[in-house]
Design a protein around this ligand. Structure first.
Ligand SMILES: Cc1cc2nc3c(=O)[nH]c(=O)nc-3n(C[C@H](O)[C@H](O)[C@H](O)COP(=O)(O)OP(=O)(O)OC[C@H]3O[C@@H](n4cnc5c(N)ncnc54)[C@H](O)[C@@H]3O)c2cc1C
Length: 420
């Protein structure tokens, strides 16, 4: 007979949500649940999340906020444990959340520790056994139960297993992809992994796009477009931050997975990233804007007008690109067209992205087609459930990745608790 009804591998956001959901699912008979966690102190990633404040979820979460596996599957999982239920759940755990103007929810304490303490506190009151500092090295399906090999001590046995070992982002937190390798050896298909939500690295040259490190520290709203063999394959708007190595900020980080996936699919594909004003979506629109500004403010200095779109330092650099043009009245048609191109589609010489140590998520993972979204149970191995970042689902910045962890964790926990 197994020592545990349910063993959960990984005490990150998804594993803790699954444990609590399973622990709360049965009121009459208490299930024997264990969480095995490789790190000595669990929850490292929760603590660093959202700049230490933990962006728990978002006001509006839909499948369109995610990339990877099929949207109908993601919709079903998110729908089973949605944002209002998440907020209510946290309230019951004693974590009050506040909504910020950009739609992100944070704990009112502005401290990620509040979230982790509440999750671990609930795990303890439910009598769930947390086994920290122990890595799972193998999961072996036997008749009606699983044998779980550990990095120390004897193997344990459990009737059902939930794997919540995360992806590869921030490996020092303990999420190093070991769970993905384990599932590959159990016969699951792994969609190739790349970092997601990572800053972009830019090359250097004498062009304006190659001198962006001069603007290190400057932040502005932009539209980024990724073209693959001239076709626009991703178009995103949001805040961009120039750094000494390239660009960061939500829009650059959201774009990183698209750049890496395109390179993964075709190493030789010609990829171009361009940056422009979020309000001027084409060079025609930018040209029209310049014509209007020239008619309204002929005596204005070009840099002053451009500073209505971009921060002053960047506006000055753009104006300087046109040589000795001083006022809008001096702008020739040729200057105007060149500037319109720069305002809407300035090349950003992306050479790559930072690695997993600087990424907030993983793109790719266990193929979502092999998971039943009603239960998060493996379609290949009955009694084995998966949740969180280990799956081929990655969200954009804004609390979406945690929402996926809470939702998929709940579905897995409920289902594992109810299985005969
Ligand atoms: C710097 C940073 C900031 C972020 N900020 C936000 C944010 O504000 N909002 C948001 O929505 N998302 C954020 N994210 C993303 C979010 O943290 C993750 O998507 C989420 O934590 C994934 O949860 P998970 O439980 O699936 O995996 P993880 O949190 O990675 O947890 C997996 C756990 O499994 C353990 N483990 C791994 N292998 C084994 C093994 N073999 N045996 C035992 N244990 C094992 C690991 O030690 C780890 O504790 C951020 C990520 C980073 C890196």
């Amino acid at each position: 007979m197994s020592e545990y009804d349910i063993a959960i591998v990984g005490a990150g956001a998804a594993g803790l949500a699954a444990a609590i959901a399973a622990g709360e699912a049965t009121s009459e008979s208490r299930l024997r649940i264990a969480i095995i966690e490789g790190a000595r102190t669990p929850g490292a990633k929760i603590l660093v999340s959202g700049g230490g404040r933990c962006n728990v979820t978002n006001q509006v979460v839909s499948p369109e906020d995610f990339w990877g596996g099929p949207h109908p599957t993601i919709r079903r999982v998110l729908g089973a444990f949605d944002v209002p239920r998440t907020i209510e759940w946290f309230k019951k755990l004693g974590v009050r959340l506040k909504l910020e103007p950009d739609g992100k929810y944070f704990p009112v304490t502005n401290d990620a520790q509040t979230v982790l303490d509440a999750l671990l506190g609930r795990v303890a009151t439910l009598g769930i056994k947390l086994i920290p500092g122990t890595r799972v090295i193998s999961v072996e399906p036997l008749t009606n139960h699983f044998k779980i090999g550990l990095s120390k001590g004897s193997p344990i046995h459990a009737d059902r297993v939930i794997i919540a070992t995360g992806g590869l982002a921030l490996p020092k937190s303990g999420s190093d992809g070991a769970g993905i390798s384990m599932l590959r050896s159990l016969g699951h298909t792994i969609v190739p992994t790349t970092p997601a939500l990572a800053p972009l690295i830019l090359g250097k040259s004498s062009d304006l796009g190659g001198r962006f490190s001069e603007f290190s520290g400057v932040s502005m709203d932009v539209r980024l477009r990724l073209r693959r063999n001239r076709q626009v394959t991703a178009e995103l708007t949001g805040a961009l931050l120039f750094t000494h190595f390239g660009v960061s900020g939500p829009v650059a980080m959201n774009l990183s997975r698209h750049w890496l996936r395109a390179k993964l699919e075709d190493e030789r594909a010609a990829l171009h990233v361009t940056m422009g004003s979020p309000t001027l979506s084409s060079s025609e629109a930018a040209d029209q804007w310049l014509i209007e500004q020239s008619a309204k403010h002929p005596r204005q200095h070009l840099a002053t007008i451009l500073a209505t779109l971009f921060p002053e330092r960047f506006a000055k650099a753009l104006a300087t690109e046109l040589g000795d043009v001083r006022t809008l009245a001096h702008l020739t048609r040729e200057d105007r067209l060149r500037l319109a191109g720069m305002l809407s589609d300035l090349p950003l010489p992306v050479t790559g992205t930072r690695d997993y140590s600087h990424a907030e998520a993983t793109a790719g993972g266990v193929d979502l087609h092999e998971i039943d979204p009603r239960t998060m149970q493996s379609r290949k191995i009955p009694g084995l459930y998966l949740c969180g970042e280990i799956l081929d689902v990655d969200g954009r910045i804004g609390g979406f990745n945690f929402q996926w962890a809470w939702s998929s964790g709940h579905v897995a926990g409920w289902a594992a608790a109810e299985r005969d």
